[in-house]
Ligand binder design. Structure first.
Ligand SMILES: Cc1ncc(COP(=O)(O)O)c(C=O)c1O
Length: 439
């Protein structure tokens, strides 16, 4: 797949979350990819240190996914999901429900993580409405990333994602984020979780439990740079939610499907939410798809409240449960199971942590955090926060490695098919790039 940069000015395409002016002077295009490697438009080889965007644990262009999508789309390229359906959507929902924690057996399909979050917000509003309760507050957290639709931006705790968008949902209350300077460059969970979770109790004391619909958290804050939950944090949130009848939502868009141990972070940390969002690895990144899994009684309350014979939830997308995406989802889950990829990730995680924490002694590195197969390497900011990260990401790419940066933090999320030498290559290239930064 080639790009003719003589005939294409590159002007028309507006890239998301990108320094467009810089990119168009120095474009970085991927023209092919297989397994853990990609090819850039100059013919260079680039190792993928972030599974694309935390999407592809089974590697790029997995032949079984291509084959499954191809086969499915010979029968169906589209089915209206409003009032009709096709067999693959039921099959995938059943597979997802088999993997989610006990009791979360109803699955609503969407096309992205952002849509999963806004869908979860609306399902929860519909639930409380059906129960006749006026719960108008949602609790979220600083440094949270819940996608880019208006609900998700409202919940968001990343200032750059909110600054230009002054009109968001009312009624959002933010807890403190969980990062402190007390423990630096330490793998896994750190101390102090129960204390931070008391912020939810403070919101309850301030607004009244009867006004709070739900508490949304990423079990491991991902896009802000891998913040594992401090010990006891998720457990305490669960206790407070239970004591006050508040729904707990885990946004597992990054953490789902083996990224942090267990199938979901809920399994890894032994805490079951009431609602769970997922996307990305659901199809190994091969087709756009997300999902919301809800506790059975949430589905039943909403469904039972509606007039018999009428629509129960006035929500959905034209492409909810698209046949191609369902085929990709089914094939991906079969690959994860067949190739034992979640176990493989869990086995590789200690080696990955060892390599990545070795970077923590470099004077430009402020902190290194890791859990499972994800890590954040946070650099001290340069002249302006974020600029060092953009420059490092570009330099790293031309050094043959793709890693996603947020601000000045490199977020590593190797594919589960990575071997030790791939981890060495990714971390080695990141080290070379950091060492080349003038300081
Ligand atoms: C936790 C979390 N929620 C939601 C999203 C949004 O997903 P998408 O980019 O598919 O809309 C992301 C994306 O990175 C995410 O990390």
């Amino acid at each position: 797949m080639a790009l003719d940069s003589k005939t294409n000015s590159l002007e028309e395409f507006w890239l998301p979350f990108t320094d467009n002016r810089g990119f168009k002077k120095d474009p970085r295009l991927i023209t092919e990819a297989r397994g853990v490697y990609m090819t850039d438009h100059k013919g260079g080889t680039v190792i993928d240190g972030s599974s694309g965007l935390f999407c592809s644990p089974a590697g790029h262009c997995h032949p079984k996914i291509i084959e499954a999508v191809h086969r499915a789309m010979q029968d169906l390229t589209f089915v209206s999901p409003f009032g009709t359906a096709h067999p693959l959507s039921f099959a995938l929902a059943e597979e997802v429900a088999r993997l989610t924690p006990e009791g979360l057996n109803h699955v609503f399909f969407v096309n992205s993580g952002s849509e999963a979050i806004d869908t979860a917000l609306k399902i929860i509003m519909a639930y409380w409405t059906a129960r006749g309760q006026n719960r108008r507050h949602f609790v979220s957290r600083e440094k949270a990333y819940h996608g880019v639709n208006i609900g998700g931006v409202s919940l968001s705790g990343l200032v750059n994602n909110r600054r230009a968008f002054p009109v968001t949902m009312p009624g959002i209350v933010h807890m403190r984020h969980t990062w402190t300077e007390d423990e630096i460059n330490v793998p896994g969970q750190r101390a102090g979780g129960a204390d931070r979770a008391e912020d939810l109790q403070r919101a309850i004391d301030n607004f009244g439990a009867e006004t709070i619909a739900a508490c949304f958290v990423e079990p491991v804050a991902g896009s802000t740079g891998t913040l594992p939950p401090p010990r006891g944090y998720l457990q305490r949130l669960r206790e407070i939610c239970d004591a006050n009848g508040i729904l707990l939502v885990f946004d597992e868009v990054i953490t789902g499907f083996g990224r942090v141990g267990g199938v979901f972070a809920a399994d890894a940390f032994g805490v079951t939410p009431d609602v769970m969002t997922m996307a990305k690895a659901l199809t190994n990144g091969s087709m756009p798809m997300g999902a919301v899994a809800v506790r059975d009684d949430i589905y039943e309350v909403i469904t039972d409240k509606a007039v018999m014979g009428g629509i129960e939830l006035f929500h959905g997308y034209t492409y909810s449960g698209h046949p191609g995406a369902c085929a990709a989802g089914l094939a991906s889950l079969a690959i994860y199971r067949g190739e034992g990829l979640f176990d493989r990730a869990a086995e590789m995680a200690p080696y990955f942590a060892e390599c990545v924490h070795d970077l923590g002694t470099h004077p430009l590195v402020k902190d290194v955090r890791s859990i499972g197969m994800m890590a954040g390497v946070e650099l001290h900011p340069g002249e302006k926060p974020g600029l060092r990260g953009v420059a490092a990401q570009t330099a790293l790419f031309w050094n043959g490695c793709h890693i996603k940066f947020t601000g000045d933090t490199a977020i590593l999320a190797p594919m589960f098919v990575s071997e030790r030498h791939h981890i060495d290559e990714i971390v080695g290239k990141l080290r070379d790039t950091i060492e080349a930064i003038p300081h």
